[in-house]
Design a protein. Structure first.
Length: 411
């Protein structure tokens, strides 16, 4: 059975790597086409229906690009569609959500000190919340409010702030920020799947039928693409936030997440203005810096402790299994001696302010809860302690392996 932990970690690695690769491809193409669209020049003698053109240099060659606001008079034989980057990014991201937060719901998703719910309830809330986001967003976009893009973006921001707060009232801090990222990324990918690509297909079908395509289809697709452009950077932050406990494991994590969306807007506004040849609004960097300093300050505000000592001392069946296994006492002493100087409520290691990834290893319950991670990070591999700064001995690593495998085998 213990081989499963190793195999599962490799599955997680493979899916995570796929997610990173496809995410890079999607973000890269998105940023490129927004920059291209903003930089188009309206010059004389453009073909009928052409909106603008751009000359670019890359890879030792010149590219002459023309954009048709609706569609050309005749459809070329070959058209490249940009869609699979978005689809596979979302599918691989959802797979990661299932692998890490659903399979490990009792460890990473649900925190009894936040809300005492079962792992299954947490998973159902996760699924429902991610799906409802797109429904609400799409409804608002198609309502009269969707005509004014500025009001629409403000309303969307309010929804995101409410979701940021709501997630932190249900899930662990780590899971809350990750879910806010998944909530937003689902809106972005659904924009591609339900609006942008279908609208483009309607344009193609109209051309094939000898009809004039509806200009509203292109305008709607461009609106959704613009939204995606401004949401990309915050989503990246939220997806990587699990590496930064100062972001997710603090009292005002939902405020921090909300401010990150504003930073995404200011940064993208600078680049979008520059690509559109409308100047370089340097104030955006000042605004970004001010927001970031505010985030830093919020991360240092003392947290109001939740739960009681009695609750913390209660072991779940999963924790009891590892706390009662053979070699636990020796394994606990190893962890306390080699790991808890960093993985603590108040770390004593110089330069460490918050426990890495929010993982605390000070009590029997905490050590038993993170048994699998200890096994993989410090037993089967030498990832922890980093650079072996606490001088963990080979026999101590062997002990951690023996403890975990004894628990898995029921001894």
């Amino acid at each position: 059975m213990y081989e499963f932990a190793v195999m599962w970690d490799w599955v997680s690695f493979a899916v995570r790597w796929l997610h990173v690769i496809t995410g890079i491809a999607w973000i890269g193409s998105s940023f490129y086409f927004v920059a291209l669209d903003l930089g188009l020049r309206k010059v004389p003698h453009l073909p009928v229906g052409a909106h603008g053109e751009e000359w670019q240099v890359h890879g030792g060659g010149f590219y002459h690009i023309q954009k048709y606001l609706v569609a050309p008079e005749t459809l070329p034989e070959h058209v490249t569609w940009f869609k699979w980057e978005s689809y596979v990014t979302w599918l691989s991201g959802f797979a990661m959500l299932a692998i890490v937060y659903y399979v490990g719901a009792d460890l990473y998703l649900v925190d009894p000190n936040v809300l005492d719910i079962s792992p299954l309830t947490g998973i159902l809330i996760s699924l429902a919340s991610i799906g409802i986001g797109w429904v609400i967003y799409d409804f608002v976009c198609k309502s009269p409010l969707g005509v004014d893009n500025t009001k629409l973006m403000i309303l969307l921001y309010v929804v995101l702030v409410v979701m940021a707060w709501g997630y932190t009232q249900v899930f662990s801090g780590r899971a809350a920020l990750l879910h806010l990222g998944a909530f937003t990324a689902t809106i972005m990918s659904a924009n591609v799947f339900f609006i942008i690509i279908p609208n483009q297909r309607k344009v193609v079908d109209a051309l094939k039928a000898g009809q004039t395509p509806d200009p509203a289809l292109g305008a709607q697709a461009k609106q959704r693409s613009t939204h995606n452009n401004y949401l990309t950077l915050p989503v990246l932050f939220l997806m990587l936030s699990n590496h930064y406990p100062l972001a997710f494991a603090t009292e005002y994590n939902w405020v921090i997440a909300s401010l990150v969306f504003l930073m995404g807007v200011t940064i993208r506004h600078y680049f979008n203005s520059m690509h559109a040849r409308q100047g370089k609004p340097m104030w955006t960097w000042l605004a970004t810096a001010v927001i970031f300093v505010l985030i830093m300050w919020l991360s240092t505000v003392p947290e109001v402790l939740k739960g009681t000592d009695e609750e913390a001392a209660t072991l779940s069946p999963h924790e009891q299994r590892f706390a009662s296994a053979q070699h636990f006492e020796d394994a606990r002493n190893t962890v306390l001696g080699r790991c808890s100087m960093c993985h603590a409520e108040e770390p004593t290691w110089d330069g460490i302010i918050k426990a890495p990834k929010g993982v605390k290893l000070e009590t029997d319950a905490e050590i038993a809860r993170y048994a699998r991670d200890i096994y993989l990070q410090a037993g089967r591999s030498h990832a922890m302690p980093p650079a072996n700064v606490s001088f963990m001995e080979p026999d101590e690593r062997r002990l951690l392996v023996d403890w975990y495998e004894a628990a898995i085998n029921g001894s």
